[in-house]
Design a binder for this molecule. Structure first.
Ligand code: F6P
Length: 398
């Protein structure tokens, strides 16, 4: 019989900056509430065959706040894979679920904190339905989980992409080149949008807005008439080609999502052919997932860790901690995963970018930058909608 209560933690899916800050935040606050902690290794894989975990305490989590990656390791799409795409639920093998439940019971866990993105939280949801006491923490650089304004890792990824644009800007200007930067963002263009705005991109291509090459060329030529003989183009890996479809490798295994990547080069080659000048591409890839978390992500991840422990303590199983500024609330995990959070083409950020003359490739760049496919009323509603969101959130519920 254990003398102290125990909480389990696991980090699942693609890693991102801030995972260790969540672990540290959870362990410190759990310890102060009288819990011991263990961390399962390599995500959900550590729960079964072989069960593998390490004790976590304030000593061995000291100093990890600023460390990228995860000290527990992680697995993307292992034996527990529960989704292959948006809304494509895959039932986890009942024997695996039963084995995971047995592990939690044998270790006498008061609760299991699952830190992950949409796929990993879909697994947590099935654990919850099976009677395993889980709570969720939203993680992904893509920022595409509903119910939370931000996932941790996003700000760090945007910071990385913005730094890349800053560097590309000086070399593009020196050589009067068009430079294409491909960033991550499987279903949503949040990284491309935010980095594009922060890094002064002339063109931003995201999955949420249909674009074509004519419009991009128009924008580049328009900039030239304004004396700007270079252009930065940011493209999200998940942006659809004008002809439809994504660029990437087909599924590696059954039940796995397509590995995206390569659209930047496709865009660069097409633009080069059309503009008859050199267009170069940089694929940022996993650099966006590595390295230290930003200040914002450290604060967010630390709070997520501490509040996730509170959810366990109050037996709020099946719920996920979320940030709804200025509050931290909790929502059923299912609410965060059944619909992904994507960029609203009418959002204030998109409108602001357009107002500055940024092209999303959906209309000719020689048109007024203020022109819109939406009526004035729709645009007004979009702006009001953003303002209303900021005032209608429920107070802290954890
Ligand atoms: O979901 C986060 C993410 O970084 C996506 O943007 C990207 O498509 C995917 O993970 C890549 O995952 P992996 O490193 O497993 O190929």
């Amino acid at each position: 019989m254990l003398s102290r209560k125990r909480i389990g933690i696991l980090t699942s899916g693609g890693d991102c900056p801030g995972l260790n800050a969540v672990i540290r935040g959870a362990v410190k606050s759990a310890t102060n509430l009288g819990y011991d902690c263990i961390g399962f290794l390599k995500g959900y894989e550590g729960l079964v065959d072989p069960v593998s975990y390490m004790p976590l305490n304030t000593k061995n989590t000291s100093g990890i706040l600023t460390l990228g990656g995860t000290i527990l390791g992680s697995t993307n799409k292992g034996r527990f894979a529960a989704v292959a795409g948006i809304n494509d639920r895959i039932e986890i093998d009942v024997e695996l679920l039963a084995a995971a439940k047995t592990t939690c019971e044998q270790l006498e866990l008061a609760g299991l904190i699952c830190v992950g993105g949409d796929g990993s939280l879909a697994i947590a949801q099935q654990f919850h339905e099976f009677g395993i006491p889980v709570v969720g923490v939203p993680k992904t650089i893509d920022n595409d989980l509903s119910a939370t304004a931000f996932t941790f890792g996003f700000d760090s990824a945007v910071d990385c992409a913005t730094d890349a644009l800053d560097r590309l800007q000086t070399t593009a200007a020196s050589h009067e080149r068009v430079m294409v930067l491909e960033v991550m963002g499987r279903h949503a263009g949040w990284i491309a949008l935010h980095a594009g705005i922060a890094g002064g991109a002339g063109v931003i291509l995201i999955p949420e807005i249909r674009w074509n090459f004519d419009n991009i060329c128009h924008k580049i030529l328009e900039r030239e008439t304004q004396g700007k003989r270079f252009t930065l183009v940011v493209v999200a890996e998940g942006a659809n080609l004008p002809s439809g479809g994504h660029v990437g490798e087909e599924r590696r295994k059954e039940n796995q999502q397509m590995r995206l990547g390569g659209i930047g080069n496709v865009v660069a080659q097409e633009l080069q052919g059309r503009l008859h000048r050199e267009v170069r591409c940089v694929v940022l890839g996993h650099l966006q997932r590595g390295g230290k978390p930003t200040t914002f992500d450290r604060v967010l991840a630390t709070q997520f860790g501490a509040h996730a422990v509170r959810l366990v303590h109050h037996r709020r199983f099946g719920e996920m901690i979320c940030y709804q500024p200025p509050n931290f609330n909790s929502v059923p995990i299912i609410d965060a995963i059944d619909r992904l959070s994507t960029v609203d083409p009418r959002s204030a950020a998109v409108q602001a970018a357009r107002a500055l003359g940024v092209s999303f490739g959906d209309r000719s760049g020689v048109d007024s930058p203020f022109s819109s496919p939406f009526s004035e009323m729709e645009e007004q509603e979009a702006i009001v909608g953003v303002a209303a969101f900021a005032h209608t959130l429920d107070p802290v519920a954890v």
